[in-house]
Write a protein that binds this ligand. Structure first.
Ligand code: NAI
Length: 356
């Protein structure tokens, strides 16, 4: 695994990475660097989103793609899908729009097509279903296109359903009942996942507090679901049963975990652990942590299931319920071995990657 963010050359990064193949492409027309990392094709073609962002250096973008592709290997293995892990990062001088953006995604589509299906992509940070539609003009190896273009659309509602089942499984583990009636949940991030999640939790009887860096968003979602808005800087110190991080990664650190006043952390954000020690600290404090890549897999499961595996809506619903069952298994294993839930999820991923 890559340990340091200080590594600065492509050579150092490639030597220290445990993945299979990294494709480096310089898009001269836009000045973008494109990195496609195939971390593992052990269980099938490498699947993962295409992220577009501005980075200080191309090496930082490569590092991001490498780390994210490794997380996809674990996520798709634990989700039981016949896919390996990959990720693409388009490092742009500035986020493009209009014709310039379309032209970039057409060229990127050609690049994905050239990989012949070993890499299959979907949307991620700063990319959306209209970008996937453009890529789809050049290759069939793209998920999450719009309904009009033959895709299954926005995966966020399915992600929210998976998180909902994950929260219920976590409540059952801690309290012996998955009933949401009377439980207090802090949802951080009133966006595409946080908003429908808040709605489902409130419908099931939970008291919902909504926080967002944009207070107006928090107010709007709280008003819609009959909850209350919470200032974003009070999230950690607020007494609650569940803290559901659905905004940004890195909110769980050795500094923030001691401040938490919840029994459970279970939300959609990617890369919630700012450092591995945070998982141990959660374990030591008796706070149950639902590993992010397990609980937030609903969107990936939906696009792969509906677009690639020919699933019906009811088959998808069953697969989303299964996220809760997988978490129950991880919690039981963690208890039995006295290890953190993050460590137990890692062991499960390894087992699935080693199985024939
Ligand atoms: P979004 O962009 O629709 O919503 C994010 C919300 O968080 C926005 O309302 C934004 O104002 C707020 N926010 C941003 N920074 C914040 C901060 N520092 N503190 C508090 N609030 C902040 O994003 P979406 O799609 O709802 O995703 C949320 C998280 O879940 C992200 O970490 C994403 O990577 C992850 N995720 C999303 C999936 C999906 O299907 N959309 C799938 C798997 C993971």
């Amino acid at each position: 695994m890559i340990e340091s963010k200080r590594v600065s050359t492509f050579e150092e990064l490639l030597e220290s990475w445990d993945g299979e193949t990294a494709l480096i492409h310089r898009d001269r027309e836009s000045g973008a660097w494109i990195f496609v990392c195939l971390h593992s094709t052990r269980l099938g073609p490498a699947g993962g989103g295409t992220r577009m962002n501005v980075y200080d250096t191309p090496a930082e973008a490569l590092l991001d793609a490498m780390r994210l592709s490794g997380a996809m290997t674990q996520k798709l293995a634990v989700a039981g899908l016949p896919f390996g892990g990959g990720k693409a990062v388009i490092a742009v001088p500035e986020i493009p729009s209009g014709e310039e953006r379309r032209a970039l995604f057409l060229r990127y589509g050609d690049l994905v097509a050239s990989l012949g299906g070993t890499f299959r992509t979907s949307s991620d940070m700063n990319t959306d279903e209209s970008d996937m539609d453009v890529i789809g003009e050049r290759t069939e190896y793209v998920f999450g296109r719009s309904g009009e273009a033959g895709g299954s659309g926005n995966p966020a509602p399915a992600t929210a359903v998976g998180v909902y089942h994950g929260i219920r499984a976590s409540l059952a583990h801690v309290f012996g009942s998955d009933d949401l009636e009377g439980r207090m949940v802090v949802v951080q991030g009133a966006g595409a996942v946080g908003s429908p999640l808040a709605e489902q939790l409130a419908s099931a009887g939970a008291s919902v507090l909504v926080a967002d860096i944009d207070p107006a968003r928090a107010e709007a979602v709280a008003a819609r679901v009959g909850g209350a808005a919470l200032p974003n800087d009070q999230v950690f110190e607020t007494n609650c049963d569940v803290y559901a991080p659905c905004a940004v990664g890195g909110t769980l650190s050795v500094d923030t975990v001691p401040r938490l006043r919840c029994r459970i952390v279970a939300g959609s954000a990617n890369n919630q652990l700012a450092e591995p020690e945070a998982a141990e600290l959660l374990h030591a404090r008796g706070i149950l942590y639902a590993p992010d890549y397990v609980i937030n897999a609903g969107g990936a499961i939906a696009i792969v299931g509906l677009e690639q595996l020919g699933w019906s809506k009811s088959k998808l619903d069953t697969a989303l319920v299964q996220i809760g069952e997988t978490l129950r298994e991880i919690y039981a294993r963690a208890d039995a071995r006295g290890i953190s839930t993050a460590a137990a999820a890692g062991v499960l991923a390894e087992e699935r990657l080693k199985a024939d």
